[in-house]
Write a protein that binds this ligand. Structure first.
Ligand SMILES: [Zn+2]
Ligand SMILES: [Zn+2]
Length: 341
């Protein structure tokens, strides 16, 4: 089959002809119909995030058609439309048994620890494959597997309820989904903090409350001094993390999603204890959250406008160019590999 591989870290990906994966009795072979090109893929290529082995087929945002199934797989059949949960877990360790498979002691991410979806086919355990509703295009199914799913996990971890006021820090891919999902959860007051003027304009257009300048002061004023019920930090900087905590009201929950190596400081009494506020870490998402995510997409609550999607072929030159663009982009445009048949 055709595949595009990372052969050497720091070098462009390369076209390759590789053997079709052989599936075991509990596995499924999926014909890739769409695979999202993600910012983390650029990090793997650039050596910013470590991978396990070379050569490696990248790609963890996958949707496609079931090609063949192992004899133990009963919930999908050949030609079913499916989406693929990107974390392969053991199903037997303490974390898996308690439904927290993102901490599986043997967890493997597709496109990082094992071959991913920059290929004509991908082999995954049957447990990682779910039926994709007919009304959801493959491209949308694929790109929902990463940032949208993690945005939903952040809202779930922060226990967002209808009527909560929410502040979202960062209006990139995660923020775009988090904003739409917060609205779908019934949050009418959604503040979005960003510094990019074009993004600030699009927030207002989408029905959000754009915040530029000092977010803590502005959110405090806008909420009549109360602060917000929930903040979601997606930027990954100590400054915005501190702001996400300081803009909370009584019983406020700050969900931290963005990654940073910096340390943050908060005033324990005024910012946490006196408000019974909570700071919540958010890591990845769970397979069990994906069907709900699909329902938000089916109902139109979570949308990916056509002008935010671009497709390329399964071709190293086009994919490397898309990865270059991802490294420098600040927009919402997502590129999806759609292998020509
Ligand atoms: Zn991703
Ligand atoms: Zn496990």
């Amino acid at each position: 089959m055709r595949a595009v591989q990372l052969v050497q870290v720091g070098k462009p990906l390369e076209d390759a002809e590789v053997a079709l994966p052989k599936i075991g009795s509990s596995e499924v072979l999926v014909r890739v119909a769409a695979c999202g090109i993600c910012h983390s893929d650029a990090h793997y290529r650039g050596g910013i995030s470590a991978i396990d082995r070379l050569p490696l087929i990248l790609g963890h945002e996958v949707a496609g058609l079931v090609e063949t199934v192992g004899e133990e797989v009963a919930h999908v059949s050949p030609n079913d439309r499916v989406y693929v949960h990107y974390l392969v877990s053991c199903g037997r360790c303490d974390f898996c048994l308690r439904g927290h498979e993102q901490f599986c002691v043997k967890g493997q991410m597709i496109g990082k620890h094992r071959d991913g979806g920059y290929a004509e086919f991908i082999k995954v355990p049957g447990r990682n494959v779910f039926l994709l509703p007919d009304e959801i295009p493959f491209e949308h199914g694929a790109i929902m597997m990463c940032s949208s799913a993690t945005a939903l996990h952040a809202l779930n971890k922060a226990r967002v309820q209808s009527g909560d006021s929410v502040a979202i820090f960062g209006f990139g891919g995660l923020g775009f989904s988090a904003f739409q999902l917060a609205r779908a959860f019934g949050c009418r007051e959604v503040y979005v903090v960003d510094i990019n003027p074009a993004k600030l304009a699009s927030i207002a257009e989408a029905g959000g409350i754009a915040i530029a300048g000092d977010p803590v002061q502005q959110i405090r004023e806008a909420t009549g001094g109360k602060g917000v019920d929930v903040s979601i930090e997606l930027v990954g900087s100590a400054i915005t993390m501190e702001q996400a905590v300081r803009c909370l009201g009584i019983f406020g929950r700050a969900a931290l999603v963005g990654l940073t190596a910096e340390s943050m400081s908060v005033l324990p009494y005024t910012e946490i204890i006196n408000k019974e506020a909570e700071i919540i870490g958010v890591s990845d998402h769970l397979a069990a959250e994906l069907p709900a995510l699909m329902q938000f997409a089916c109902s139109g609550a979570l949308r990916f406008p056509q002008d935010t999607l671009r497709s390329v072929d399964l071709d190293a030159v086009q994919i490397n160019a898309a990865l270059d663009a991802v490294e420098n982009s600040t927009d919402h445009i997502r590129t999806v590999i759609v292998p020509r048949v």
